[in-house]
Design a protein around this ligand. Structure first.
Ligand code: HBI
Ligand code: FE
Length: 296
């Protein structure tokens, strides 16, 4: 069925992916048998580049779950992952042609079904890709769905999204998703760690987000996040830091209606605004032998 998929970022470029194969809920078949040897090899190269950067940068919960997924050398069958995931947190992954509109996206999350894009980037896109591909979704997003508290947060986010529909608040939720699920940082007794999928699947941003003194790192605050726009075509100017996944889940438990009204009455802030009295975090000291992932 020809559907008008969501366009990510720019209005003049149709999203990638074959939406003609999508069902009404935008899910499709993974067609694992159609994946070429070259595509499995490209996925393996992406995986090997990122896994080298994880120790000392990704949060422990991510690293422990990744080891259980068995996708070091090829693109896994989604059903294989779902079988493990159902046992852990009741989630499963479903194949989608690519980015899908907000409502079906929220609806899938609310039902503990994470949409994983079926297409893989081309070799020349090894270092940078605008839209999420199967590597971004599988490597970046799926491991933390094995963490019960984060898995509950993702379902609550989906349910919240469905409620926000009529409240003209999708932009605020997109910012919340962006600054947590995609680009979130976590403070630990060993320093800052990454939990955001957009960082963990990026060749250069994993080390940058933790050690560069260019961006600012602010303590997570729901209203502040919802007032802060983001850029999709470069490293972030601002990262938000949580103390725990429980803090994230608790912060988003209450009904957002009043919060949306408050945020709508306030100005949208510039990308790197600094408000008085904000909690800020220093970058991690540079790890002398940190692989930046650029030696790919
Ligand atoms: N669709 N497949 C897919 N993956 C996403 O991460 C995604 C999406 N559609 C909308 C969307 N993300 C964002 O607008 C969220 O903030 C809702
Ligand atoms: Fe993503």
């Amino acid at each position: 069925m020809a559907v008008q998929p969501v366009v990510y970022g720019s209005s003049d470029r149709p999203p990638r992916g074959n939406y003609a194969i999508a069902a009404d809920d935008y899910t499709c078949d993974q067609d694992w048998g159609a994946i070429s040897v070259e595509q499995h090899a490209l996925f393996e190269r992406l995986f090997q580049r990122q896994i080298r950067q994880m120790p000392g940068h990704a949060c422990d919960e991510f690293i422990h779950a990744l080891a259980r997924l068995g996708m070091e050398t090829r693109i896994p069958r989604f059903e294989e992952i779902s079988r493990k995931l159902r046992r852990a947190t009741g989630w499963e992954i479903v194949a989608v042609p690519g980015l899908i509109p907000e409502r079906p996206f929220f609806s899938l999350l609310a039902n503990r079904r994470f949409p994983v894009t079926v297409w893989l980037r081309e070799p020349h896109e090894f270092d940078y890709i605008v839209e999420p591909d199967v590597f971004h979704d599988l490597f970046g997003h799926v491991p933390l769905l094995f963490n019960p508290v984060f898995a509950d947060y993702m379902q609550a986010f989906g349910a919240g999204g469905l409620k926000a529909e009529g409240l003209n608040a999708l932009e605020y939720l997109a910012r919340l998703y962006w600054y947590t699920v995609e680009f979130g940082l976590l403070t630990t007794r060993d320093g800052l760690r990454v939990y955001g999928a957009g960082i963990l699947s990026s060749g250069g941003e994993t080390v940058h987000a933790l050690t560069s003194d260019t961006p600012q790192r602010l303590g997570f605050d729901l209203e502040r996040v919802m007032r802060t726009p983001y850029r999709i075509d470069d490293y972030q100017d601002t990262y938000f830091v949580i103390r725990s996944f429980a803090q994230l889940f608790d912060a988003t438990a209450p009904d957002f209606t009043q919060l949306y009204t408050r945020v709508a009455a306030l100005d949208t802030l510039p990308l790197n605004a600094r408000l008085r009295g904000e909690l800020t975090y220093s970058p991690n000291p540079l790890d002398p032998d940190a692989t930046t992932g650029d030696q790919s």
